[in-house]
Structure formats: C-alpha cells, structure tokens
Design a protein around this ligand. Structure first.
Ligand code: NAG
Ligand code: NAG
Ligand code: NAG
Length: 305
C-alpha cells in the first residue's frame, strides 16, 4: 500500500516536471504555444566542466552537475540556456526535467569539437549528418528543447566564407530530417560579428527556399564595452538597424564584452528595451563559468566559440 502511494507520488512528480509549454516560431518571434505569450530569451550560455580531460563534456548528462547548478540558474532568473557540447548518448532525463520544472528552455548546438565542419578544411558527409540526426533523436523528446544550432562562427573571416556552404547544407538536411519525424524544432545558425562579412552571412543564411534557410539567426555580439558606451557608440544600433523587419527571429547567442572590468552589462537595458524588442528576441549572456580567457571557450581548433 505504502509502496503504491509512493510510486504514485513519484509518477505525479515526474509528469509535473515534464510539463513545460513548447515554444513556437510565428513570423519573426517566438511564442509560448499554449498561452500565446511572446517569448524573449533571458538566457545564459552554459558549458561547465570545461577543464575535464574527458573527450565528452555533456553537462546535460551530468545529473550531479545539474543539481549543483540549478539553484544558481533559478537565482539568475534565466528562462533559457544554450549548451554547446552534448552527446547523443548518456541519460539526459534528470537534467532536462529539472530544467523544465524550473521553466528553463534549452538551445543546443548540434556540433562538437570532433563532430563539426572545420572552417579551414570544410567537409560534410553522411557520418556528420548521422551524428546530428542522433542528437535530434535524443533531444527532441524534451518539450523544453526549443532550438538547434547547425553551426557556431564557422565562417569568421572573409577568406573562409566557403565553409558556410557546408553548414547550410547540414542545416537543410537536419531541417528535412526534423520534418520527416513530424517535429517542429527550429534550426538556426550562430554567427560571429566580423564587420567584413556580417551582412553577407546574414543574407546568405536567410536566402533560398524555406527548407534551405535558417529558421532563426543568432549573433555573438561583444561590441558594447564598458559603462560609457551607448546604444549608438557601441555599434549595437547599426547591428539592430540591419535586422529591422527581418523575416525570422534574431537573438544574441552570446553577448558581454569583458575588455573593461568589472563587467556591468549595460547592454541588457537595450536588449530588453524598446530599441531592440521589436526585432530581437533577447539573448544569452556569455557565460555561466569563468575561464582562463575571462570570457570565452577555445577548446580546440574545430570548435569556434
Ligand atoms: C585568412 O586571412 C588571415 C588574415 O586575415 C590569415 O591569417 C589566414 O592565414 C588566412 N587563411 C587562409 C586559409 O588563407
Ligand atoms: C548593414 O547592411 C549594409 C548593407 O545593406 C552593410 O553594408 C553593413 O555592413 C551592415 N552593417 C552591419 C552592422 O551589419
Ligand atoms: C535607445 O536608442 C536611443 C537612440 O539611439 C538612445 O538614446 C537610448 O539610450 C537607447 N536606449 C537604451 C536603453 O540603450
């Protein structure tokens, strides 16, 4: 009798934990599919355990790590995390349901340092697509996975723009796979902010038929440095202007200059203020853990963060 009550209670908890309203893209905005409320990403980039020597660093398969970090994520008040490196194996149930229970959505990069398109020697094949497909299979069952990224800063200079053609092919094929599974999770791209090529990349990932192009666009933006910078002087105004009336959602997949300390993040007032909310869907501050470079991760040549 007691055992039955206990298991009923556990089942009750489990189904409660799994209930988070999926998000949906309509036009250039994200919405809660149940309430219809517009969704702005109040996010943080989350990739702890970067010093591990293990080849696999999947924080969403690390129940102890999620349990340790969840109170801090809740305290920060974030409603989303972006996770760079995960694997299609391992058990993600506990972490994903803890996050869902806290109302936290997850954006996932499909690539890893070893399963990726290399900007200097780009190639793309069925093995890489298979890896991306397995990742979709693994994570699409969670209602709080609201987006996949088909690449991160793969092209980062005028002389490696060719690599983006491979990324776009992968993006197209993952979209097609998701559609074949009757799923609706969007696939986007996270770009760097290189003045020589940012406009070209923005339009490249948005051109072609709907099945070929990015469902949303992420920018890693580090322009707003220090307390005296403004929306105009930082360069934010110019970036935002080029996304006026853009046809898909746009967000900051990383932000937070660290050239001037302490970091006070004045750009947050702009990101969630009227200058940006009509065209941008919020963003992810970089990042949850502090690393030797004070800000950013470079775990190997293939992973462009
Ligand atoms: C691309 O240009 C950069 C400097 O702008 C240079 O360091 C790099 O070697 C070049 N890469 C190739 C593949 O030419
Ligand atoms: C904005 O778009 C124009 C082309 O219309 C481009 O020349 C310019 O570099 C872009 N600026 C930014 C900040 O992306
Ligand atoms: C919004 O833009 C205006 C005009 O550039 C600027 O004066 C204002 O400071 C900006 N608001 C924020 C919160 O950055």
């Amino acid at each position: 009798m007691r055992a039955t009550l206990v298991s009923a209670a556990i089942l009750g908890l489990a189904s409660q934990a799994a209930s988070i309203d999926p998000l949906v893209i309509k036009g250039s905005k994200w919405f809660n599919s149940k309430t219809g409320a517009q969704f702005f990403v109040k996010g943080i980039d989350y990739q702890p355990d970067i010093t591990s020597t293990s080849a696999v660093r999947d924080p969403l398969a690390d129940t102890a790590g999620c349990t340790r970090d969840l109170p801090f994520l809740k305290d920060l008040g974030v409603n989303a995390i972006r996770v760079y490196q995960t694997e299609p194996f391992g058990n993600h149930d506990k972490c994903m349901s803890m996050l869902a229970d806290a109302g936290i959505y997850v954006m996932l990069d499909l690539s890893t340092p070893t399963e990726t398109i290399n900007r200097d020697t780009p190639s793309y094949d069925v093995d890489l697509l298979g890896y991306y497909q397995r990742k979709v299979d693994t994570f699409s069952k969670y209602d709080n996975v609201f987006a996949f990224l088909a690449g991160n800063e793969v092209t980062n200079a005028y002389n490696n723009t060719g690599a983006s053609a491979y990324v776009k092919a992968a993006l197209r094929d993952v979209k097609s796979y998701i559609k074949s599974k009757h799923l609706t999770i969007p696939v986007g791209y996270a770009t760097n902010d290189d003045a020589d090529i940012r406009w070209q990349l923005q339009t490249y990932f948005d051109c072609g038929s709907i099945s070929d192009r990015a469902d949303f666009y992420g920018i890693n933006l580090y322009e707003w440095c220090g307390p005296t910078a403004t929306f105009e002087s930082s360069g934010y105004a110019d970036v935002v202007k080029n996304f006026t009336s853009w046809d898909v959602p746009v967000l900051l997949t990383e932000y937070g200059c660290n050239a001037i300390k302490p970091r006070t993040f004045p750009e947050i007032a702009a990101i969630y203020g009227s200058n940006m909310t009509s065209s941008f869907s919020g963003g992810f501050v970089y990042e949850y853990v502090e690393e030797p470079n004070d800000q950013r991760i470079y775990w190997n040549q293939d992973c462009r963060l």
